[in-house]
Design a protein around this ligand. Structure first.
Ligand code: IPD
Ligand code: CA
Ligand code: CA
Length: 260
């Protein structure tokens, strides 16, 4: 595992934020709602401040796109895309499926990605052209060729109250074909799970760049395929995303498209 300066600092920042998450995991937290069911806690904010401090010192001149600070924009060639805590609803309910997601985009291309899940003791990482890793072990997508032996993961946006029946309809179409469907609650880990062959597919709508950026590189470097629902490249900013082991991509696209 050959780590460049960008990934080294991203790993340092993710681990520092991960410590904050871990240290607060069973403590009472302050919760504020950004929408009816869309929470942010004081721990998300503290994790974000910690990450930004480390990245800003290491890379003055880079820009930042981060979930809990809407004033940030990608305004330079190098832009860090950050989710200080992915899985906040899990965190609030003390379900340990939470992570820190940090990606570096250079001129529109993701070149480094880290997904650090402190409660699972798993750190997924990738650099463009350098393979994908969990801790220091190489990972690959699953070789499964059939839907009926495949595990699919999905998630629902915070706007789900207004579209629950449509999402349930799409999920029903997939459920009829696969071995099982899971809703785990952290899009970045969901992507890492497809990358490491634990699941064969993950789809979701209305994800944000900080949910997808790091995991998308990890998935690609592990041999997987990621597109939007029309099979195109607009999966980071476009609002629909399908990630698979590659072999099942076309079949999954058909299932998702057939239910829209
Ligand atoms: C959420 C998680 C969840 C997904 C939501 C995301 P957050 O991110 O990734 O799995 O279904 O769409 O918004 O709010 O925990 O950072
Ligand atoms: Ca998120
Ligand atoms: Ca978040």
């Amino acid at each position: 595992m050959n780590v460049n300066k960008y990934t080294a600092v991203a790993l340092k920042a993710a681990c520092a934020a991960g410590e904050i998450i871990k240290n607060n995991f069973n403590s009472p937290v302050e919760i504020r709602f950004k929408g009816e069911i869309d929470p942010v806690t004081n721990v998300d904010i503290k994790a974000q401040e910690t990450i930004l401090k480390i990245l800003e010192v290491a890379f003055p001149g880079h820009s930042f796109l981060t979930e809990e600070d809407s004033s940030h924009r990608c305004s330079s060639d190098y832009c860090w895309i950050i989710d200080p805590m992915d899985g906040t609803v899990n965190f609030i309910h003390r379900i340990p499926y939470v992570c820190v997601s940090i990606a570096l985009m250079h001129k529109g291309k993701i070149i480094s990605g880290v997904v650090h899940a402190p409660m699972l003791c798993e750190t997924y990482s990738a650099q463009a052209g350098g393979g994908a890793w969990v801790n220091k072990k190489r990972i690959h997508v699953s070789p499964e060729r059939t839907l009926v032996r495949s595990l699919a993961i999905t998630g629902f946006p915070y706007s789900v109250h207004a579209s629950a029946k449509r999402h349930a309809g799409i999920m029903a179409g997939v459920l009829e074909k696969v071995q099982g469907v899971r809703r785990l609650g952290s899009a970045a880990i969901d992507l890492a799970y497809v990358a490491s062959g634990k699941a064969e597919a993950f789809w979701e709508e209305e994800l944000k760049p900080w949910d997808v950026a790091a995991g998308s590189l990890i998935l690609k470097e592990a041999g997987g395929k990621i597109t939007d629902f029309s099979g195109g490249k607009n999966f980071i900013f476009g609002g629909t995303m399908l990630a698979t082991n590659g072999i099942l991509h076309r079949s999954m696209l058909e299932l998702l498209g057939g239910n829209k």
